[in-house]
Design a protein around this ligand. Sequence first.
Ligand SMILES: [Zn+2]
Length: 271
Amino acid sequence: MRNKVILVVVDGLGWQAGHDGMGYLQGLCEAGLASLHQLRCELPSLSRPLYECILTGVPPIASGVVHNDVVRLSTQQSIFSLARAAGLRTAAAAYHWISELYNRAPYDAVRDRLTDDASLPIQHGLFYHLDHYPDDHLYIDGELLRRRHDPDFLLIHPMGVDDAGHRFGGDSMEYRNAARYHDKLLSQYLPQWLAEDYQVLVTSDHGMNADHTHGGILPEERLVPLYLLGSRFNHTSTARVRQIELCGLMASLLGIAHDKPDNSAVLRQPD
Ligand SMILES: [Zn+2]
């Protein structure tokens, strides 16, 4: 079975803010249309290492992307390369580190910010490089890519929650309100995506501590939400999901044969 997939990585969204502040997503869960799992992110709890983990299924210690300053292309098979090998269309509205990991490194803003190149792993990209790039613009970028290019796999990657956490700390009104704002943004787009039968994963790379940062093993740094939405999920599974399983899970939803870690327990079994 082949489905289209949208992955939303809300950068820096810890479990508590993602659980408590997202009433629309929780409402979908209560209605049986979504499910929420708690993920414990791999280590170190840093952005670039965990982008690579989510998008390749390989943890940082194994991928070698062990800190944010590793500026090079990924050496792993990614969800983008798997999709392209299967002849599927790919797109991303994302921070420029995503372009560096899968398209071209180092990032050249004039060359790479707006990407349309069918030969690249991410064929259609709208990349940004300032951490305070507005989240509502980023969702518009993602929706524009979706409508214009009809990608099979679309990554949407906003930075506003992480930015609020670095400025005000993970235990702050501003951080929690940034998470609540994402719930509203998602409520503007998700109904249409679900009506068109996309399978949607909403998760994060890592959380945020009270010292305005992340990288270690505190629960507030490591525990993140994973909301699953769409007709392929059973929404009843209580199986533990690991961050390294997301790439394989998405590949399975896309109908791609792969040898990545996977988690079929969250999927609806065929009738
Ligand atoms: Zn951060």
